[in-house]
Design a protein around this ligand. Structure first.
Ligand SMILES: *Cc1c(COP(=O)(O)O)cnc(C)c1O
Length: 324
């Protein structure tokens, strides 16, 4: 969106799914119209950690105001809401096949749409807008975004294991739920239990109450982390400070470090977009939910190579680092 010169308008999360809050979405639409005279050009719900958003409410609001929906189902491949696959509710659905997603083509993704005319136009843009001449003829400026045949071949291979992966992620989630259910102050984030949700549990997440004491918590954030998430090809920007103005609680950071020492890669949950310095000036409609979640949330390993023994080891390590 930003690449295209559009201004993102950020809408905060709801507590049960952690996804876009439909009520706040509608307030945002009404307020944008009042402030700018225009409705937003698109609504982009994100299936955070694979959890379905309230697709029916979002579509209802989108249709009421005539705004197209582009589903960011990058993390939600195979998740369903009321039985329907994510990515098939909106005008467009987007999937990611990045290396860390439910299936991978090493990089790239897929666009889902039922609109054949738009699909044709999109494919033109994805392939440098090349017209059918013996030489390169470009009527418009396109992009070089098509998937290579090698990546597509990997993706076709991955399609044969997608059901195994989905079953595995749900199994790992069940194990975390079971093994952590009696641990005071730790809550496994689970889908609402009303039959509407079928999350792929791409990532399993927990929250750690602020009053849970974790070993080494006094020393959390004492040293500047180098390269926990950032960096590519060995290039990193050295952080100026161990702190930012919005960060996980010290006990969550202490737990991350403790797990890291035990060879377990855990991460904070995604930082709210309105707290990213690059988006400090964009309009944000907040309710405190995403910021509160960022302080207490943590992602646990859930990928295809995480065995039952691994889950038990992870849970035992979590328990061993709780002081009280
Ligand atoms: C991974 C991801 C993307 C980006 O997908 P890429 O294929 O890496 O470009 C977008 N949105 C969400 C929610 C994601 O998790």
């Amino acid at each position: 969106m930003t690449y295209l010169g559009a201004t993102p308008v950020l809408v905060d999360s709801e507590p049960d799914t952690w996804n876009i809050d439909p009520e706040l979405l509608e307030k945002t639409i009404v307020d944008r119209k009042a402030k700018t005279g225009k409705y937003p050009k698109a609504i982009v719900p994100v299936a955070l950690y694979g959890m379905p958003y309230k697709a029916d409410r979002i579509m209802e609001i989108a249709n009421k105001y005539g705004i197209p929906v582009v589903e960011d189902a990058a993390e939600g491949f195979g998740s369903r809401y009321k039985g329907q696959m994510l990515g098939t509710f909106g005008k467009y659905g987007v999937l990611s096949f990045n290396g860390n997603k439910m299936i991978t083509t090493s990089g790239g993704g897929a666009l889902i749409t039922e609109d054949e005319e738009h699909w044709r136009e999109i494919m033109m843009y994805a392939t440098q807008y090349r017209e059918s001449y013996p030489y390169y003829q470009h009527e418009k400026i396109g992009y070089n975004y098509r998937m290579s045949n090698i990546c597509a071949g990997i993706g076709r291979g991955q399609m044969t294991v997608v059901n195994d992966h989905l079953a595995h992620h749900k199994h790992v989630q069940k194990m975390y739920e079971e093994l952590l259910k009696d641990v005071k102050g730790i809550t496994v984030h689970s889908q609402p239990n009303n039959g509407d949700y079928d999350s792929n549990y791409w990532l399993c997440t927990i929250t750690i109450d602020e009053d849970v004491k974790i070993k080494g918590q006094e020393d959390a954030y004492k040293t500047i982390v180098t390269g926990a998430v950032g960096g590519a090809a060995g290039v990193i920007h050295a952080a100026e400070s161990a702190h930012t103005d919005c960060e996980p609680n010290a006990n969550v950071e202490a737990m991350r470090v403790a797990l890291d020492k035990a060879q377990i890669e855990a991460r904070p949950v995604w930082k709210p977009m309105h707290k990213q310095p690059c988006y400090k000036d964009v309009p944000a409609y907040v309710n405190g939910v995403s910021e509160a979640l960022f302080k207490v949330g943590m992602c646990l390993p859930a990928g295809p190579y995480v065995s039952d023994d691994d889950v038990r080891y992870i849970v035992d390590t979590i328990k061993a680092n709780i002081i009280g």
